[in-house]
Design a protein around this ligand. Structure first.
Ligand SMILES: *[C@@H]1O[C@H](CO)[C@@H](O)[C@H](O)[C@H]1NC(C)=O
Ligand SMILES: *[C@@H]1O[C@H](CO)[C@@H](O)[C@H](O)[C@H]1NC(C)=O
Ligand SMILES: *[C@@H]1O[C@H](CO)[C@@H](O)[C@H](O)[C@H]1NC(C)=O
Ligand SMILES: *[C@@H]1O[C@H](CO)[C@@H](O)[C@H](O)[C@H]1NC(C)=O
Ligand SMILES: *[C@@H]1O[C@H](CO)[C@@H](O)[C@H](O)[C@H]1NC(C)=O
Length: 451
């Protein structure tokens, strides 16, 4: 993830921040979890499943609850290119805004150890001392094996120096993101409050999360933490999925709308019949957190681009492929495909192309004097394995960068060291459904009003 700084008044990208928007080099700077990326994952699922039968509702124990939900809003009004999801945590509940991230697993929040916290404004950090249900996990707890430890990049599954006869040996974690951002602190459990399908507040106890005392990097700009929704066992989606069915969905609303409309992250069976189209989810054993899909073809104005299918494949080292990532703002396409998109768009575009594009972008046009440039911009279409076709509107890939200037918000990536990404901008206005039990991803343009 990286911050895309957007000032709502002008929708201007500040050049100072563009350096952060761009991958610093081809070394996957925009990606998540480089630390875990190349390490074979042990199979800790078992350890966790032993434990999660204890994860249950405190209040609505016997009722069948098809899903729980939490509001999702764009962070654009506070200058973030992320989407934030509201999490109520602790007893009494403290309300915080976390980045909704399908590209990582850990749920973590900024924590403050202070007792008299009048110098910290509430709702920007979590105060464990104000919660009666906060419980640090012991380093010997099986769940502790699922988080990376300080000083051991990538060494998931090892907890050295854990003395299980000592009561106060808490579980420490350190979690890194591909842009170099880092969080570390105590791995703990807490009670969360969520809205159910019946619109009642329900409490779910023993959610495992990182209580972050040290945080570095700019990615978390304005957010109070990250809600990892990835495929690994410690993600929010996986922890709750064991209770509600391994499925979640969300709709990211157009970030330019003000006031920012609310939609929901739904965990469980909340979408009903919405006529989604589906494509199989793929797994990459070398990168088990990500939701991979098989992108097969790209069209510009209905014309299929001639791209060698090997461009989209995941190679033997785990590179390549395409992931759906709500925590990355822009889209990234494998270099050979990106080149063709740029070349064909240049020919098809009906606006003057800037000789001097906004830094960080390659294709920018002058839309001066046109009230609805969207209608005249080239149309992209993506074909996925299984026949699902994704037709995003141009506002999902052309963004305002300066007054009267729009740029193609797609970047290139070398598939031999990285992978293609459908970022959050590209996902706007569609309901995305991650159905892990049936191993498929669904999407539909209709359904953002649900539930
Ligand atoms: C907390 O801090 C405030 C402001 O510094 C002070 O007025 C108050 O007495 C403190 N309360 C306690 C319990 O220490
Ligand atoms: C573990 O902790 C106990 C109690 O503090 C201590 O007696 C014991 O020596 C420790 N063991 C190791 C291997 O450090
Ligand atoms: C999900 O809900 C829909 C309608 O609300 C229902 O038809 C379907 O059977 C449910 N699926 C599961 C797996 O419970
Ligand atoms: C596609 O790429 C692969 C690997 O680079 C190559 O072996 C193959 O010949 C290419 N196919 C076509 C039709 O260009
Ligand atoms: C866009 O075109 C208008 C009209 O031709 C011109 O006045 C303006 O300077 C151009 N803007 C940029 C950024 O090139």
């Amino acid at each position: 993830m990286f911050p895309l700084i957007i000032f709502l008044s002008l929708l201007l990208l500040s050049p100072a921040n563009l350096a952060a928007v761009r991958p610093v080099n081809n070394n996957n700077k925009y990606l998540k979890l480089p630390l875990l990326r190349k390490s074979p994952f042990p199979s800790p699922t078992q350890a966790l499943s032993l434990d999660t039968h204890r994860l249950h509702f405190l209040s609505l124990r016997r009722k069948t609850i098809p899903f729980v939900k939490s509001p999702v809003i764009s962070g654009a009004s506070s200058g973030s290119g992320q989407y934030f999801v509201n999490l109520k945590i602790g007893q009494p509940p403290q309300s915080l805004l976390l980045i909704a991230d399908t590209g990582s697993d850990l749920v973590w929040i900024k924590c403050s150890a202070c007792r008299n916290c009048s110098h910290h404004s509430p709702t920007t950090v979590f105060f464990p001392r104000h919660s009666s249900t906060f419980a640090p996990t012991h380093c010997y707890d099986p769940i502790c094996k699922l988080v990376p430890k300080p000083g051991q990049p990538g060494q998931v599954g090892q907890a050295p120096k854990c003395n299980h006869t000592r009561i106060h040996s808490t579980c420490h974690y350190e979690y890194g993101y591909a842009d170099g951002s880092l969080t570390s602190g105590l791995f703990a459990r807490e009670t969360t409050s969520l809205k159910t399908s019946f619109n009642k507040e329900a409490k779910l106890n023993r959610i495992a999360f990182g209580c972050g005392f040290r945080i570095s990097g700019q990615s978390f700009n304005k957010a109070h933490g990250v809600m990892g929704l990835g495929r690994g066992p410690i993600s929010f989606a996986s922890q709750l999925g064991r209770r509600f069915g391994n499925k979640f969905s969300y709709c990211l609303m157009d970030y330019t709308l003000s006031p920012s409309p609310t939609s929901y992250l739904i965990i469980g069976n909340g979408t009903g019949e919405v006529n989604s189209v589906y494509t199989p989810l793929l797994t990459n054993p070398l990168s088990p957190s990500f939701y991979y899909v098989r992108l097969k073809s790209v069209y510009v104005n209905g014309l299929i681009l001639r791209i060698n299918s090997s461009v989209w494949e995941i190679d033997g080292l785990g590179n390549g492929g395409t992931v759906i990532d709500s925590g990355t703002t822009l889209a990234f396409l494998a270099e050979p495909a990106y080149r063709l998109v740029i070349a064909v768009m240049r020919k098809r575009i009906r606006f003057p192309i800037l000789d001097d594009p906004t830094p960080g972008f390659e294709l920018c046009v002058n839309v001066s004097g046109i009230t609805k440039p969207e209608k005249l911009l080239p149309r992209l279409k993506f074909g996925f394995h299984g026949g699902a076709v994704f037709v995003p509107p141009p506002r999902n890939y052309f963004i305002d960068t300066e007054e009267e200037v729009q740029c193609l918000a797609i970047q290139s990536v070398d598939p031999r060291v990285g992978f293609s990404v459908i970022g959050n901008l590209m996902q706007q206005g569609f309901l995305f459904e991650f159905d892990k039990d049936r191993s498929r991803l669904g999407f539909t343009r209709r359904g953002c009003g649900l539930p």
